[in-house]
Design a protein around this ligand. Structure first.
Ligand code: URA
Length: 253
């Protein structure tokens, strides 16, 4: 893992201040262990208020190439997602949740799909899991909207916080694929099993896919745990920190 740089400490302190006083003591230790602990502890304040459910592992999804019928620029793709009624999820949600961030970003983070809060606001990762994701970004000196793009596999919120079905994923996946095509990220970080399975077509246990540089149609892809899972399983946050360090190393190589 990388040695902590002064700037990284600053970012960490900022994220901590927003998140919790509980982690204040961590700032005094300038080691990589500190950074690891920070990611672990920063999430705990969000965990207290979270009832986010982690979805079970999805079935593998058949991989499709980008469809030439999809929007060839951001505005047309956004409009297509906005107008989409390809599966039954749209009827049960308030709005589609396209994605958010810098459309020239080098970093792309991909989650599963919007929950109730995301459905309300029309933006990915705005609930407790999103708060943890923002703190994870801050720990590696990234900020939502600045060189980072955040998207989901599915764009509509399933009712009752249910896991999206394989057919729903299959019909929505081309939108994500086209987002990746337009963005051309330098690195994709796949958050959790649904994103990993959808993008890699690999149903292996998520833990076995960590720590390896995968390939999504020529774009490097790193696997880590979904923030909602980390809120439910705080002991796994140290591994997520390892994955983020791996991602940073990859981006600087
Ligand atoms: N979980 C996700 O996978 N995406 C979101 O936008 C929010 C929670």
């Amino acid at each position: 893992m990388p040695v902590v740089e002064p700037e990284a400490e600053v970012a960490l302190v900022e994220s901590r201040e927003e998140a919790s006083e509980e982690v204040a003591n961590v700032a005094t230790l300038a080691t990589e262990t500190v950074m690891e602990a920070a990611v672990v502890e920063v999430g705990d304040s969000a965990a207290e208020s979270s009832e986010v459910a982690l979805s079970d592992a999805p079935e593998p999804v058949e991989q499709k190439d980008e469809s030439p019928m999809l929007g060839v620029d951001w505005p047309s793709l956004k409009q297509q997602v906005h107008d989409c009624t390809a599966c039954s999820l749209r009827a049960g949600c308030k709005q589609t949740v396209f994605g958010v961030g810098d459309e020239q970003a080098e970093w792309m983070f991909v989650g599963e799909g919007p929950g109730a809060e995301e459905d309300e606001l029309g933006e990915p990762f705005v609930g407790p899991a999103g708060k943890l994701l923002d703190n994870m970004l801050a720990a590696i000196k990234l900020k939502r909207g600045e060189n980072v793009y955040i998207a989901n596999v599915i764009k509509c919120c399933p009712s009752a916080n249910q896991k999206p079905h394989v057919g729903e994923i299959a019909s929505c996946l081309p939108y994500l694929q086209q987002q990746i095509t337009l963005l051309k990220p330098k690195l994709i970080v796949a958050l959790g099993k649904t994103a990993v399975t959808a993008l890699l077509g690999n149903d292996a246990p998520l833990g076995s896919l960590r720590g390896t540089l995968h390939d999504y149609h020529g774009t490097p892809l790193i696997v880590t745990y979904h923030p909602a899972y980390l809120l439910r399983s705080p002991s796994e946050k140290a591994k997520a920190w390892q994955d983020l360090c791996f991602a940073v190393r990859q981006m600087s190589s």
